[in-house]
Design a protein around this ligand. Structure first.
Ligand SMILES: [Zn+2]
Length: 95
């Protein structure tokens, strides 16, 4: 199974870009980054424009085609620039 079809299986319908696939003893390790349009702040619903930082979320041991796949997804934290909003930053949601 190629990397492209693996990406289709795992991420179809999501704004996620595959960056690296590594073969490890326990299975495949897939690294990906979220790359969708800027999300809206859950506090005030205005669109975020500035990225604060990003961090990695891990999903371990997903069975795909009989193999164990670990996904490391990098998601972004955004600033909310609306002064009245109580949420200063928030993390984008990737299903
Ligand atoms: Zn806000």
């Amino acid at each position: 199974m190629g990397v492209e079809s693996l990406a289709d299986v795992l991420f179809s319908g999501f704004d996620v870009r595959l960056t690296r696939v590594t073969e490890a003893a326990e299975g495949l390790v897939v690294e990906a980054v979220a790359c969708g349009p800027p999300p809206c702040c859950p506090g005030c619903n205005s669109e975020a424009s500035r990225v604060h930082s990003s961090y990695e979320r891990g999903l371990a041991g997903l069975p795909v085609n009989g193999r164990s796949v670990t996904v490391r997804l990098r998601v972004r934290r955004f600033f909310c620039d609306r002064g009245r909003c109580r949420r200063r930053t928030f993390v984008e949601q990737v299903a």
